[in-house]
Design a protein around this ligand. Structure first.
Ligand SMILES: Cc1cc2nc3c(=O)[nH]c(=O)nc-3n(C[C@H](O)[C@H](O)[C@H](O)COP(=O)(O)O)c2cc1C
Length: 373
């Protein structure tokens, strides 16, 4: 095969016993394609087949809930019961058949859960709705639910799982000084606030055995009184000690994403790369950078500067699933770009509708629409 134009981007990487054929990964992207009730749907399978056919080394499937009480929406994938096993198995095989590694992101949405009585570390209202503070007994149950979900993912044939510690969901709620106001051993200084996610990782690893576990990592909440890198890197170092496979970095939560200065920040190419670089300086495990990495040239320079070890593409891959193939040829110019002015996908999924990209051809949109149930 001809030598790729971007050499760093196409160098393989060993990751906790797995071999990534290149440095391109799909970052988790919830698009509202699962069937109502969280089952795997024909549309979801069609979508992930397309993502895996892209040539990305690893596809991290969007957040899947570990308990109905921690689900972000009615169309969030569920992996909290063995009745979901068959669907998950089909999904894992669909991805692996295309020669990509298949990962499942597992999550508890905490105070952002789409339920009547959301739970959280402390009673800090989310958009006016106060959650109920978790008891330590309930926290142990949630740790077991994470472990069981990971085991289910392993049984279904996934190559790895990713714990969702980003977007301000439950694991991040424990780490944040805003949302964790507990007075027990899980609150107070950062060393206490990281205890819960570290215990989750340990329990998942102990239960699932020889199975890589990555972590979606909130570096900075982008809120004045929120979590900052100075504290979050203490968690990064703790995760490394507990054997995490990689750290996939991100910034912001639902409480900061829609602030005018954050909307502006998020329009810039590579807007979260500096977060990855900060974490990479603090740990030895592979670090993923994401956030409008719209061209292979940008991705190559991130790797060259050692700001990250892997590239995470979410909307960038969804808008143009040929991104990796065009990158191999150095054909940056023909890549369909996600417009920084457009947030149609986010608006649609927040209204509970499936996302379609205005950049797609009529035929592509029709193919997706036809499969939507
Ligand atoms: C509609 C939408 C859904 C997302 N869903 C998830 C998710 O399920 N899990 C997660 O960790 N990040 C999620 N993200 C964040 C992405 O993984 C990624 O960090 C972000 O979109 C920036 O990368 P991009 O510019 O390539 O899209 C989501 C982002 C958007 C816009």
């Amino acid at each position: 095969m001809k030598k790729p134009v971007y050499e760093n981007l196409f160098k393989p990487l060993k990751l906790d016993g797995l071999r990534l054929k290149n440095r391109i990964t799909m970052a988790p992207l919830y698009l509202g394609y699962a069937a109502s009730g969280g089952r795997i749907s024909p549309l979801l399978l069609y979508h992930y087949k397309e993502m895996a056919q892209s040539g990305a080394a690893m596809i991290m499937v969007e957040n899947a809930s570990i308990t109905p009480n921690g689900s972000g929406s009615p169309r969030t994938i569920r992996c909290d019961h063995n009745r979901f096993l068959n669907g998950l198995e089909t999904l894992a095989h669909t991805i692996k058949n295309e020669k990509s590694l298949a990962g499942l992101q597992i999550n508890h949405a905490g105070r952002f859960a789409h339920v009547s009585e959301p739970v959280a570390p402390s009673v800090v209202p989310a958009f006016g709705k106060p959650p109920r503070a978790l008891t330590q007994r309930e926290m142990t149950t949630i740790q077991k639910q994470f472990a069981n979900a990971a085991l289910r993912a392993k049984k279904a044939g996934f190559d790895l799982v990713e714990l969702h510690g980003g977007t301000g969901y439950l694991l991040a709620q424990f780490v944040s000084p805003r949302t964790n106001q507990r007075t027990d051993a899980y609150g107070g200084p950062i060393e206490n606030r990281i205890k819960f996610p570290l215990e989750v990782l340990k329990r998942v690893k102990d239960t699932a055995g020889n199975f890589p576990v990555g972590y979606r990592f909130l570096v900075d909440e982008w809120l004045p009184d929120g979590l900052k890198a100075k504290e979050s890197i203490v968690l990064a170092q703790g995760l490394e000690k507990e054997g995490v496979a990689y750290i996939s970095t991100m910034g912001g939560t639902y409480e900061s994403f829609f602030l005018p200065e954050i909307i502006n920040k998020a329009k810039k190419p590579g807007y979260m790369v500096s977060l990855a670089a900060t974490v990479k300086k603090a740990v030895g495990v592979p670090v993923i950078a994401a956030g409008r990495i719209s061209t292979p040239a940008k991705a190559e320079s991130i790797l060259q500067k050692k700001s990250a070890d892997l590239i995470g593409l979410a909307r960038m891959l969804w808008v143009d699933p040929k991104w990796p193939k065009k990158a191999r040829k150095g054909d940056d110019r023909s890549i369909l770009k996600c417009s920084p002015k457009c947030d149609a996908c986010l608006q649609l999924v927040m209204q509970g509708k499936p996302a379609f990209c205005p950049k797609w051809s009529k035929e592509s949109r029709a193919a997706y629409r036809e499969l939507f149930q």
